[in-house]
Ligand binder design. Structure first.
Ligand code: DC
Length: 224
C-alpha cells in the first residue's frame, strides 16, 4: 500500500508520515529532502537559482541518493551524507526556488517512482498525490493555519536552542511566502488531489493525526 501525504510547509507532514510508516512497516520517503539537496548543491557552488540554464547545467552534476541507515532516511549528494545540512532554513528556501524548474522535478519524480515501485511507502511532499503516485491507495492533504504552523516552528527552534530564533511574525511571513511560491508555480503546484482526504491539524495532536491516518489506511485496506 502506498500512502501520499501532501501539504504546505510546516503542517507536520514528516513527523506524521514517519509515525504512520513505522506503524505500517512501510518505508518513509521525504521528497522535500531531495529538492533540498539540489538547492544545497546550487548554494554550495554559487549557482544563481533564478538562472534556469545554469541550474540545468549543474543538475547533471547532482547525484541524489536516498539510503536507509538503522531505518532512518539519509540523503546523499554526490556520495556525501547531507541529511543535516539540508535542514537549514536557507536550503529550504533554495529548494522551493529550484523546485519550480521542470527538469529538476522530472529527475526527482523518476527517482521517487522507482522507490515506490519496489516497496510500500509513505511519501510526503507537494505533488505526491497529484503527480508522483496518482494511484496511491490513500492520499492525505495535511494542512494547518499559517499561524499554527509558525508557532510550531518557533517552538521547535526554541527547543533546539537555535543560535538565533526569528520572531514569530517573521516566521509566519516566511511560511506564507513559501506557500505562495509552492501553490502558484507553473509545474506541479501544491494542491489537494481530487481524491485526497483533507486533514486540518491546527487543533490536533501528533497522535490524533497519526491515528486518523492509520484509521483511514485500515479502512482502505479493508476495501482491497
Ligand atoms: O517539505 P520541505 O520543506 O522539505 O520541501 C522543501 C521545498 O521543496 C518545498 O518548499 C517545495 C519543494 N518540494 C516540491 O516542490 N515537491 C515535493 N514533492 C517536495 C518538496
Amino acid at each position: 500500500m502506498n500512502i501520499a501525504i501532501d501539504g504546505p510547509a510546516g503542517a507536520g507532514k514528516s513527523t506524521i508520515a514517519k509515525k504512520v510508516a513505522e506503524h505500517l512497516g512501510s518505508v518513509y520517503v521525504d521528497t522535500g529532502a531531495m529538492y533540498r539537496a539540489i538547492g544545497l548543491y546550487m548554494l554550495q557552488n554559487g549557482i544563481s537559482m533564478e538562472e534556469e540554464n545554469a541550474v540545468l547545467r549543474a543538475l547533471d552534476h547532482c547525484d541524489i541518493d536516498l539510503r536507509y541507515l538503522d531505518g532512518t532516511q539519509h540523503i546523499f549528494l554526490n556520495g556525501n551524507d547531507v541529511s543535516t545540512d539540508v535542514r537549514k532554513e536557507e536550503v529550504g528556501k533554495a529548494a522551493s526556488i529550484v523546485s519550480k524548474i521542470m527538469p529538476v522535478r522530472e529527475k526527482l519524480v523518476d527517482l521517487q517512482r522507482i522507490i515506490a515501485s519496489k516497496t510500500s511507502v509513505v511519501m510526503d511532499g507537494r505533488d505526491i498525490g497529484t503527480v508522483v503516485l496518482p494511484d496511491a491507495e490513500l492520499k492525505i492533504y495535511l494542512t494547518a493555519s499559517s499561524h499554527v504552523r509558525a508557532l510550531r516552528r518557533y517552538e521547535e527552534l526554541r527547543l533546539k536552542n537555535a543560535a538565533e530564533v526569528p520572531d514569530l511574525a517573521s516566521i509566519e511571513r516566511d511560511i506564507r511566502l513559501r506557500d505562495e511560491q509552492d501553490m502558484n508555480r507553473e509545474h506541479s503546484p501544491l494542491r489537494k488531489a481530487d481524491d485526497a482526504v483533507e486533514v486540518d491539524s491546527s487543533e490536533m495532536t501528533i497522535d490524533e493525526v497519526t491515528n486518523c491516518i492509520l484509521r483511514l489506511a485500515s479502512e482502505k485496506e479493508g476495501l482491497h
